[in-house]
Design a protein around this ligand. Sequence first.
Ligand code: ADP
Ligand code: ZN
Length: 214
Amino acid sequence: MKIVMLGAPGAGKGTYASRLSKRYGIPHISTGDIFRENIKNNTELGQKAKKYMDEGLLVPDELTCDLVMDRISEDDCKKGFILDGFPRTIPQAEALTEALSARGEKMEYALNVVVEDEKIVKRMAGRRSCPNCGAIYHLVTLPPKKEGICDKCGTPLVQRADDKEETVLKRLSIYHEQTEPLIEYYNKQGILHEMSGDADVDKEVLRIAKVLEA
Ligand code: ADP
Ligand code: ZN
């Protein structure tokens, strides 16, 4: 099963992607996570990507596309995969369609996670993450057991540089400009389904599972 998640930054794509990944036993591929991992390990790619990410800008396509194409060629992707955070531009989507079609394959589902911008800004302001294991918390809706400390690994939580309000607003405007057109791109392919980013997660996963399993 090949799934691409669409939706604004902070809409909850990652949450749904990780649920669906477990449910179907297919890898969850998050370009944001891959870049953050590279930053943590101070790789060349990480150093290049960090400049853009901290500013809320998109990492250039030439640093992004090959990375994803290599990843989806790995063995664990044979049964399918869930892309989260890629494609983010029409050229990225075209590169992906071409790469798949060269293998005689195509994307099967595009799940668009919908949330109002205003809610997103509130959500991201309270978001805290673990710089060590990547776990995500929220000051109001998903606080860690011990204030400011990761439940999973005990590391002090941080606010991502790109979750600061000003940067969030910039990311949203880039989303509307460059990423939102992908909704129409996948709608034309007849594979678009909408999900609520503001619903009970378990219920919404079950609802979409019926679509995926139909
Ligand atoms: P969110 O889902 O909250 O937007 P991500 O973790 O997906 O956050 O992405 C964080 C940052 O990583 C983006 O703001 C961008 O700078 C970079 N990034 C991730 N995926 C891509 C991509 N496909 N193309 C360009 N930049 C990307
Ligand atoms: Zn942790």
